[in-house]
Design a protein. Structure first.
Length: 475
Protein backbone atom coordinates (compact mmCIF):
# COMPACT_ATOMS: atom_id res chain seq x y z
CA UNK A 1 0.00 0.00 0.00
CA UNK A 2 2.77 2.44 0.96
CA UNK A 3 4.66 1.65 -2.25
CA UNK A 4 1.57 2.44 -4.30
CA UNK A 5 0.73 5.59 -2.33
CA UNK A 6 4.12 7.34 -2.65
CA UNK A 7 3.96 7.87 -6.44
CA UNK A 8 0.29 8.75 -6.07
CA UNK A 9 1.04 11.39 -3.46
CA UNK A 10 3.93 12.74 -5.52
CA UNK A 11 1.62 13.04 -8.51
CA UNK A 12 -0.87 14.98 -6.40
CA UNK A 13 1.90 17.29 -5.21
CA UNK A 14 3.41 17.93 -8.64
CA UNK A 15 0.16 18.21 -10.61
CA UNK A 16 -0.52 21.81 -9.50
CA UNK A 17 3.09 22.77 -10.25
CA UNK A 18 2.83 21.26 -13.73
CA UNK A 19 -0.44 23.08 -14.36
CA UNK A 20 1.12 26.35 -13.20
CA UNK A 21 4.10 25.79 -15.52
CA UNK A 22 1.84 24.99 -18.49
CA UNK A 23 -0.40 28.00 -17.85
CA UNK A 24 2.55 30.33 -17.39
CA UNK A 25 4.18 29.02 -20.54
CA UNK A 26 0.91 29.41 -22.46
CA UNK A 27 0.56 32.96 -21.12
CA UNK A 28 4.13 33.92 -22.07
CA UNK A 29 3.87 32.29 -25.48
CA UNK A 30 0.72 34.28 -26.19
CA UNK A 31 2.81 37.42 -25.85
CA UNK A 32 5.60 38.27 -28.25
CA UNK A 33 8.38 38.81 -25.72
CA UNK A 34 11.70 40.39 -26.75
CA UNK A 35 14.26 37.88 -28.08
CA UNK A 36 17.05 36.78 -25.78
CA UNK A 37 17.80 34.34 -23.01
CA UNK A 38 17.43 34.37 -19.26
CA UNK A 39 20.55 32.26 -18.80
CA UNK A 40 20.94 29.81 -15.94
CA UNK A 41 18.30 29.19 -13.26
CA UNK A 42 18.82 31.59 -10.32
CA UNK A 43 22.11 32.89 -11.76
CA UNK A 44 20.55 34.32 -14.92
CA UNK A 45 23.23 36.03 -17.01
CA UNK A 46 25.02 37.68 -14.10
CA UNK A 47 28.23 35.74 -14.74
CA UNK A 48 28.30 36.62 -18.45
CA UNK A 49 27.61 40.27 -17.65
CA UNK A 50 30.49 40.35 -15.14
CA UNK A 51 32.97 38.47 -17.36
CA UNK A 52 32.24 40.34 -20.59
CA UNK A 53 31.67 43.76 -19.07
CA UNK A 54 28.56 45.82 -19.90
CA UNK A 55 29.84 47.13 -23.24
CA UNK A 56 30.60 43.75 -24.83
CA UNK A 57 27.60 42.06 -23.17
CA UNK A 58 25.21 44.57 -24.76
CA UNK A 59 26.99 44.69 -28.13
CA UNK A 60 26.97 40.88 -28.46
CA UNK A 61 23.25 40.61 -27.68
CA UNK A 62 22.29 43.50 -29.94
CA UNK A 63 24.02 41.63 -32.79
CA UNK A 64 22.60 38.22 -31.84
CA UNK A 65 19.02 39.09 -30.84
CA UNK A 66 17.86 42.62 -31.63
CA UNK A 67 19.34 46.10 -32.05
CA UNK A 68 16.15 47.53 -30.53
CA UNK A 69 15.36 45.51 -27.40
CA UNK A 70 16.42 42.15 -25.97
CA UNK A 71 15.58 40.23 -22.81
CA UNK A 72 17.91 38.83 -20.18
CA UNK A 73 17.95 38.07 -16.44
CA UNK A 74 20.22 40.18 -14.25
CA UNK A 75 20.18 40.44 -10.44
CA UNK A 76 17.39 37.87 -10.27
CA UNK A 77 15.04 39.96 -12.41
CA UNK A 78 13.48 39.51 -15.85
CA UNK A 79 14.83 42.47 -17.74
CA UNK A 80 14.40 44.16 -21.11
CA UNK A 81 17.44 46.07 -22.37
CA UNK A 82 16.39 48.98 -24.60
CA UNK A 83 18.93 49.90 -27.26
CA UNK A 84 19.80 52.77 -29.56
CA UNK A 85 18.67 56.38 -29.62
CA UNK A 86 15.03 55.34 -30.07
CA UNK A 87 15.17 53.02 -27.06
CA UNK A 88 16.69 55.79 -24.94
CA UNK A 89 14.07 58.28 -26.09
CA UNK A 90 11.23 55.84 -25.44
CA UNK A 91 12.26 55.09 -21.85
CA UNK A 92 13.13 58.71 -21.04
CA UNK A 93 9.70 59.86 -22.21
CA UNK A 94 7.78 57.01 -20.51
CA UNK A 95 8.64 57.95 -16.93
CA UNK A 96 5.61 57.54 -14.62
CA UNK A 97 3.48 56.53 -17.64
CA UNK A 98 4.80 53.08 -18.49
CA UNK A 99 7.82 52.76 -16.19
CA UNK A 100 9.00 54.06 -12.84
CA UNK A 101 12.40 54.28 -11.15
CA UNK A 102 13.77 51.11 -9.58
CA UNK A 103 16.88 50.02 -7.70
CA UNK A 104 17.99 46.40 -7.28
CA UNK A 105 17.16 44.96 -3.87
CA UNK A 106 20.87 44.35 -3.21
CA UNK A 107 21.63 48.05 -3.74
CA UNK A 108 18.77 49.17 -1.49
CA UNK A 109 19.91 46.82 1.30
CA UNK A 110 23.42 48.29 1.19
CA UNK A 111 22.34 51.94 1.07
CA UNK A 112 19.02 52.35 2.90
CA UNK A 113 17.60 51.82 6.36
CA UNK A 114 15.93 48.37 6.66
CA UNK A 115 12.56 50.12 7.06
CA UNK A 116 12.84 51.45 3.49
CA UNK A 117 14.19 48.39 1.65
CA UNK A 118 10.73 47.19 0.55
CA UNK A 119 9.56 50.71 -0.35
CA UNK A 120 9.45 52.14 -3.86
CA UNK A 121 12.04 54.76 -4.75
CA UNK A 122 9.28 57.37 -4.80
CA UNK A 123 8.49 56.52 -1.17
CA UNK A 124 12.17 56.47 -0.20
CA UNK A 125 12.83 59.93 -1.59
CA UNK A 126 10.62 62.35 0.27
CA UNK A 127 12.56 65.10 -1.48
CA UNK A 128 10.96 66.44 -4.64
CA UNK A 129 13.15 66.42 -7.74
CA UNK A 130 12.15 70.04 -8.32
CA UNK A 131 13.91 70.84 -5.02
CA UNK A 132 17.08 69.08 -6.20
CA UNK A 133 16.94 70.86 -9.55
CA UNK A 134 16.58 74.21 -7.78
CA UNK A 135 19.70 73.71 -5.65
CA UNK A 136 21.74 72.08 -8.45
CA UNK A 137 20.89 74.36 -11.36
CA UNK A 138 23.66 76.59 -12.79
CA UNK A 139 22.38 79.76 -11.11
CA UNK A 140 22.54 78.13 -7.67
CA UNK A 141 25.91 76.44 -8.28
CA UNK A 142 27.71 79.62 -9.41
CA UNK A 143 28.38 80.54 -5.79
CA UNK A 144 30.25 77.23 -5.24
CA UNK A 145 32.84 77.69 -8.02
CA UNK A 146 35.36 79.68 -5.92
CA UNK A 147 35.11 77.10 -3.12
CA UNK A 148 35.59 74.24 -5.64
CA UNK A 149 38.68 76.05 -6.94
CA UNK A 150 40.09 76.70 -3.48
CA UNK A 151 39.60 73.07 -2.46
CA UNK A 152 41.19 71.81 -5.70
CA UNK A 153 44.24 74.01 -5.07
CA UNK A 154 44.50 72.79 -1.50
CA UNK A 155 44.10 69.16 -2.55
CA UNK A 156 46.82 69.38 -5.20
CA UNK A 157 49.17 71.22 -2.84
CA UNK A 158 48.75 68.57 -0.13
CA UNK A 159 48.64 65.42 -2.27
CA UNK A 160 50.31 66.13 -5.64
CA UNK A 161 52.90 68.94 -5.52
CA UNK A 162 55.56 67.08 -3.52
CA UNK A 163 55.31 63.83 -5.52
CA UNK A 164 56.86 62.73 -8.81
CA UNK A 165 54.23 60.01 -9.30
CA UNK A 166 50.63 59.97 -8.06
CA UNK A 167 47.80 57.44 -8.42
CA UNK A 168 44.91 59.41 -9.85
CA UNK A 169 41.78 57.39 -9.03
CA UNK A 170 42.08 57.19 -5.24
CA UNK A 171 43.12 60.86 -5.11
CA UNK A 172 40.21 61.94 -7.29
CA UNK A 173 37.89 59.98 -4.97
CA UNK A 174 39.32 61.82 -2.00
CA UNK A 175 38.82 65.20 -3.68
CA UNK A 176 35.26 64.52 -4.85
CA UNK A 177 34.18 63.11 -1.47
CA UNK A 178 35.79 65.94 0.51
CA UNK A 179 34.10 68.46 -1.78
CA UNK A 180 30.68 66.77 -1.50
CA UNK A 181 30.94 66.69 2.31
CA UNK A 182 31.85 70.39 2.34
CA UNK A 183 29.13 71.54 -0.06
CA UNK A 184 26.33 69.23 1.12
CA UNK A 185 26.98 69.28 4.90
CA UNK A 186 29.72 71.90 5.59
CA UNK A 187 32.02 69.18 6.93
CA UNK A 188 35.67 70.27 7.14
CA UNK A 189 37.16 68.13 9.93
CA UNK A 190 39.30 65.42 8.24
CA UNK A 191 38.45 62.88 10.95
CA UNK A 192 34.73 63.51 10.59
CA UNK A 193 34.94 63.13 6.80
CA UNK A 194 37.01 59.94 7.20
CA UNK A 195 34.30 58.41 9.41
CA UNK A 196 31.99 58.73 6.40
CA UNK A 197 34.48 58.11 3.58
CA UNK A 198 35.94 54.78 4.74
CA UNK A 199 32.63 52.90 5.15
CA UNK A 200 31.17 54.65 2.09
CA UNK A 201 33.99 53.18 -0.02
CA UNK A 202 33.00 49.72 1.25
CA UNK A 203 29.44 50.42 0.09
CA UNK A 204 30.35 51.56 -3.43
CA UNK A 205 32.87 48.72 -3.86
CA UNK A 206 30.34 46.04 -2.95
CA UNK A 207 26.80 47.17 -3.70
CA UNK A 208 26.88 45.77 -7.27
CA UNK A 209 28.74 42.56 -6.37
CA UNK A 210 27.08 39.16 -6.06
CA UNK A 211 24.47 39.75 -3.29
CA UNK A 212 25.76 37.09 -0.88
CA UNK A 213 25.71 38.45 2.66
CA UNK A 214 28.36 36.17 4.18
CA UNK A 215 31.51 37.24 6.09
CA UNK A 216 34.41 37.88 3.74
CA UNK A 217 32.30 38.88 0.72
CA UNK A 218 32.29 42.34 -0.83
CA UNK A 219 28.52 42.50 -0.39
CA UNK A 220 28.78 41.73 3.34
CA UNK A 221 31.30 44.57 3.68
CA UNK A 222 28.91 46.84 1.75
CA UNK A 223 26.07 46.02 4.17
CA UNK A 224 28.31 46.76 7.17
CA UNK A 225 29.63 49.94 5.57
CA UNK A 226 26.09 51.12 4.85
CA UNK A 227 25.13 50.72 8.51
CA UNK A 228 28.17 52.76 9.58
CA UNK A 229 27.42 55.52 7.04
CA UNK A 230 23.78 55.78 8.16
CA UNK A 231 24.77 55.90 11.85
CA UNK A 232 27.24 58.72 11.20
CA UNK A 233 24.78 60.65 9.04
CA UNK A 234 22.08 60.35 11.70
CA UNK A 235 24.49 61.83 14.24
CA UNK A 236 25.31 64.74 11.90
CA UNK A 237 21.66 65.36 10.98
CA UNK A 238 20.44 65.26 14.60
CA UNK A 239 23.16 67.69 15.65
CA UNK A 240 22.32 70.07 12.80
CA UNK A 241 18.60 70.02 13.60
CA UNK A 242 19.48 70.97 17.18
CA UNK A 243 21.65 73.85 15.95
CA UNK A 244 18.93 75.12 13.61
CA UNK A 245 16.32 74.99 16.40
CA UNK A 246 18.55 76.84 18.87
CA UNK A 247 19.72 79.48 16.39
CA UNK A 248 16.29 79.93 14.79
CA UNK A 249 17.79 79.83 11.27
CA UNK A 250 15.29 80.33 8.44
CA UNK A 251 17.55 79.86 5.39
CA UNK A 252 19.85 76.90 4.89
CA UNK A 253 23.60 77.38 4.58
CA UNK A 254 24.04 74.08 2.73
CA UNK A 255 22.04 71.16 1.32
CA UNK A 256 21.56 69.56 4.75
CA UNK A 257 20.12 72.72 6.30
CA UNK A 258 17.84 73.24 3.31
CA UNK A 259 16.52 69.69 3.69
CA UNK A 260 15.87 70.22 7.39
CA UNK A 261 13.93 73.41 6.68
CA UNK A 262 11.85 72.26 3.69
CA UNK A 263 8.27 71.08 4.24
CA UNK A 264 5.79 69.11 2.13
CA UNK A 265 2.30 70.20 1.02
CA UNK A 266 0.96 69.43 4.51
CA UNK A 267 3.63 71.49 6.23
CA UNK A 268 5.48 68.40 7.50
CA UNK A 269 9.27 68.37 7.85
CA UNK A 270 11.32 65.45 6.54
CA UNK A 271 12.43 62.88 9.09
CA UNK A 272 16.11 62.27 9.85
CA UNK A 273 15.91 58.90 8.08
CA UNK A 274 14.43 60.45 4.94
CA UNK A 275 17.15 63.12 4.91
CA UNK A 276 19.82 60.44 5.36
CA UNK A 277 18.41 58.47 2.40
CA UNK A 278 18.55 61.57 0.20
CA UNK A 279 22.09 62.55 1.23
CA UNK A 280 23.27 58.99 0.58
CA UNK A 281 21.72 59.18 -2.90
CA UNK A 282 23.51 62.48 -3.52
CA UNK A 283 26.83 61.07 -2.29
CA UNK A 284 26.51 58.02 -4.56
CA UNK A 285 25.78 60.25 -7.56
CA UNK A 286 28.54 62.76 -6.81
CA UNK A 287 31.28 60.43 -5.57
CA UNK A 288 31.84 57.27 -7.59
CA UNK A 289 30.78 58.56 -11.01
CA UNK A 290 32.43 61.99 -10.75
CA UNK A 291 35.74 60.57 -9.52
CA UNK A 292 35.62 58.06 -12.38
CA UNK A 293 34.95 60.93 -14.82
CA UNK A 294 37.88 62.99 -13.47
CA UNK A 295 40.17 59.95 -13.72
CA UNK A 296 39.14 59.23 -17.32
CA UNK A 297 39.69 62.83 -18.43
CA UNK A 298 43.20 62.87 -16.95
CA UNK A 299 43.91 59.48 -18.54
CA UNK A 300 43.18 60.87 -22.01
CA UNK A 301 45.17 64.04 -21.31
CA UNK A 302 48.16 61.85 -20.37
CA UNK A 303 47.73 59.70 -23.50
CA UNK A 304 47.04 62.41 -26.09
CA UNK A 305 49.58 65.29 -26.11
CA UNK A 306 47.74 67.18 -28.89
CA UNK A 307 44.55 67.23 -26.78
CA UNK A 308 46.49 68.18 -23.66
CA UNK A 309 48.18 71.07 -25.49
CA UNK A 310 44.87 72.59 -26.57
CA UNK A 311 43.39 72.22 -23.08
CA UNK A 312 46.58 73.76 -21.59
CA UNK A 313 46.47 76.78 -23.91
CA UNK A 314 42.82 77.42 -23.11
CA UNK A 315 43.31 77.08 -19.35
CA UNK A 316 46.47 79.20 -19.26
CA UNK A 317 44.69 82.00 -21.15
CA UNK A 318 42.13 82.01 -18.34
CA UNK A 319 44.81 81.84 -15.62
CA UNK A 320 46.80 84.74 -17.14
CA UNK A 321 43.70 86.92 -17.22
CA UNK A 322 43.47 86.70 -13.41
CA UNK A 323 45.65 87.49 -10.43
CA UNK A 324 47.57 84.60 -8.90
CA UNK A 325 45.26 84.49 -5.87
CA UNK A 326 42.01 85.13 -7.77
CA UNK A 327 39.64 82.17 -7.72
CA UNK A 328 37.68 80.87 -10.70
CA UNK A 329 34.29 82.36 -11.52
CA UNK A 330 31.30 81.35 -13.64
CA UNK A 331 32.63 83.57 -16.45
CA UNK A 332 35.89 81.60 -16.43
CA UNK A 333 34.02 78.28 -16.64
CA UNK A 334 32.07 79.55 -19.66
CA UNK A 335 35.38 80.12 -21.49
CA UNK A 336 36.43 76.45 -21.12
CA UNK A 337 34.75 75.33 -24.35
CA UNK A 338 37.46 73.06 -25.78
CA UNK A 339 38.16 71.62 -22.31
CA UNK A 340 34.48 70.70 -21.88
CA UNK A 341 34.36 69.17 -25.37
CA UNK A 342 37.40 67.05 -24.41
CA UNK A 343 35.69 66.07 -21.15
CA UNK A 344 32.50 65.13 -23.01
CA UNK A 345 34.47 62.99 -25.43
CA UNK A 346 35.98 61.24 -22.41
CA UNK A 347 32.45 60.72 -21.04
CA UNK A 348 31.44 59.21 -24.38
CA UNK A 349 34.35 56.77 -24.57
CA UNK A 350 34.50 55.89 -20.86
CA UNK A 351 31.09 56.76 -19.38
CA UNK A 352 31.18 56.68 -15.57
CA UNK A 353 27.53 55.62 -15.25
CA UNK A 354 26.41 52.59 -17.24
CA UNK A 355 22.71 53.40 -17.52
CA UNK A 356 19.67 53.14 -15.31
CA UNK A 357 16.97 50.69 -14.23
CA UNK A 358 13.20 51.14 -14.46
CA UNK A 359 10.25 48.93 -13.51
CA UNK A 360 7.26 48.52 -15.81
CA UNK A 361 3.96 49.57 -14.24
CA UNK A 362 1.77 48.19 -17.05
CA UNK A 363 2.09 45.89 -20.07
CA UNK A 364 3.17 47.81 -23.16
CA UNK A 365 4.45 47.15 -26.66
CA UNK A 366 7.75 48.35 -28.07
CA UNK A 367 9.24 47.50 -31.48
CA UNK A 368 6.56 44.82 -31.89
CA UNK A 369 7.38 43.10 -28.59
CA UNK A 370 5.39 42.99 -25.36
CA UNK A 371 7.12 44.12 -22.18
CA UNK A 372 5.03 42.66 -19.31
CA UNK A 373 4.10 44.55 -16.16
CA UNK A 374 6.62 43.91 -13.38
CA UNK A 375 9.57 43.37 -15.71
CA UNK A 376 12.59 45.58 -15.18
CA UNK A 377 14.05 47.65 -18.00
CA UNK A 378 17.51 49.08 -18.55
CA UNK A 379 18.81 51.77 -20.88
CA UNK A 380 22.55 51.89 -21.40
CA UNK A 381 25.15 54.31 -22.70
CA UNK A 382 26.78 51.33 -24.40
CA UNK A 383 24.13 50.92 -27.09
CA UNK A 384 24.92 54.35 -28.59
CA UNK A 385 28.21 55.85 -27.35
CA UNK A 386 30.45 53.63 -29.47
CA UNK A 387 27.91 52.75 -32.11
CA UNK A 388 29.21 53.70 -35.60
CA UNK A 389 25.61 54.39 -36.60
CA UNK A 390 25.78 57.49 -34.38
CA UNK A 391 29.52 58.25 -34.07
CA UNK A 392 31.87 57.74 -37.02
CA UNK A 393 35.18 56.10 -36.12
CA UNK A 394 33.75 55.59 -32.61
CA UNK A 395 36.98 54.52 -30.88
CA UNK A 396 38.78 57.74 -31.90
CA UNK A 397 39.07 60.52 -29.32
CA UNK A 398 37.72 63.56 -31.14
CA UNK A 399 36.44 66.56 -29.13
CA UNK A 400 35.26 68.24 -32.35
CA UNK A 401 32.22 65.91 -32.30
CA UNK A 402 30.71 68.33 -29.78
CA UNK A 403 31.17 71.50 -31.78
CA UNK A 404 28.11 73.18 -33.30
CA UNK A 405 24.92 71.25 -32.63
CA UNK A 406 26.89 68.20 -31.41
CA UNK A 407 25.70 64.57 -31.48
CA UNK A 408 22.18 63.59 -32.53
CA UNK A 409 19.56 63.64 -29.74
CA UNK A 410 19.51 60.64 -27.35
CA UNK A 411 22.86 59.29 -28.61
CA UNK A 412 25.13 60.94 -26.01
CA UNK A 413 23.54 60.13 -22.67
CA UNK A 414 26.11 60.05 -19.83
CA UNK A 415 23.59 61.85 -17.61
CA UNK A 416 20.45 60.16 -18.92
CA UNK A 417 17.64 62.24 -20.35
CA UNK A 418 14.03 63.29 -20.07
CA UNK A 419 12.40 64.12 -16.71
CA UNK A 420 14.80 61.76 -14.89
CA UNK A 421 17.98 63.33 -16.28
CA UNK A 422 20.61 63.42 -13.55
CA UNK A 423 20.03 66.67 -11.62
CA UNK A 424 23.74 66.71 -10.76
CA UNK A 425 24.85 67.13 -14.39
CA UNK A 426 25.92 70.76 -13.93
CA UNK A 427 27.59 69.99 -10.60
CA UNK A 428 29.67 67.27 -12.32
CA UNK A 429 30.59 69.64 -15.19
CA UNK A 430 31.88 72.29 -12.80
CA UNK A 431 33.79 69.78 -10.68
CA UNK A 432 35.53 68.20 -13.69
CA UNK A 433 36.45 71.54 -15.31
CA UNK A 434 37.75 73.11 -12.09
CA UNK A 435 39.95 70.06 -11.44
CA UNK A 436 41.21 69.99 -15.05
CA UNK A 437 42.12 73.68 -14.79
CA UNK A 438 44.18 73.19 -11.65
CA UNK A 439 45.98 70.04 -12.82
CA UNK A 440 47.06 71.28 -16.27
CA UNK A 441 48.20 74.63 -14.81
CA UNK A 442 50.71 72.71 -12.69
CA UNK A 443 51.71 69.58 -14.60
CA UNK A 444 52.11 67.61 -17.77
CA UNK A 445 51.07 64.01 -17.26
CA UNK A 446 52.69 60.75 -18.39
CA UNK A 447 51.17 57.33 -17.72
CA UNK A 448 53.39 55.00 -15.71
CA UNK A 449 51.62 51.95 -17.20
CA UNK A 450 50.95 52.75 -20.89
CA UNK A 451 48.65 49.76 -21.51
CA UNK A 452 46.79 49.79 -18.17
CA UNK A 453 43.44 48.04 -18.52
CA UNK A 454 40.04 49.37 -17.49
CA UNK A 455 37.78 47.19 -15.33
CA UNK A 456 34.13 47.68 -14.38
CA UNK A 457 33.03 47.97 -10.76
CA UNK A 458 30.27 50.44 -10.01
CA UNK A 459 32.06 52.60 -12.61
CA UNK A 460 34.94 51.92 -15.02
CA UNK A 461 38.28 52.25 -13.24
CA UNK A 462 41.92 51.60 -14.24
CA UNK A 463 43.21 48.32 -12.77
CA UNK A 464 46.04 50.03 -10.89
CA UNK A 465 44.26 53.33 -10.27
CA UNK A 466 46.07 55.24 -13.07
CA UNK A 467 49.55 56.04 -11.73
CA UNK A 468 50.95 59.07 -13.63
CA UNK A 469 54.27 60.86 -13.64
CA UNK A 470 54.00 64.60 -12.93
CA UNK A 471 56.17 66.83 -15.06
CA UNK A 472 56.15 70.47 -13.92
CA UNK A 473 56.05 73.00 -16.77
CA UNK A 474 59.45 74.27 -17.82
CA UNK A 475 61.23 70.99 -17.06
Amino acid sequence: MEVVMVPYLLALLFLPLCLMFILRKRDSSSKSLPPGTCGWPLLGENVEFALLGPQKFIKDRMEKYSAQVFQTSIMGEKMAFFCGAQGNKFLFSSENKLVTSWWPQSMKKALLFPEFVESSLKQVSALKRSFLHDILKPEALKQYIPLMDAMARQHLHQNWDSNRVVTVFPLSKKYTFDLACRLFMSLVDPEEIKRLADPFTLVTNGMFSMPIDLPGTAYHRAIKGGTMVRDELMRIITQRRKELTENQETSGRDLLSKMLLVTDEDGQFMSEMEISNNIIGMLVASFETTSSAVTSVLKYLAELPHVYDQVYREQMAIAKSKGAEDLLTWEDIEKMKYSWNAARESLRLTPPAQGSFRETITDFTYAGFTIPKGWKTFWSVHSTHKNPKYFSDPEKFDPSRFEGSGPAPFTFVPFGGGPRMCPGKEYARLEVLVFMHNVVKRFKLEKEIPDEKIVFHASPVPVYGLPVRLLPHGN
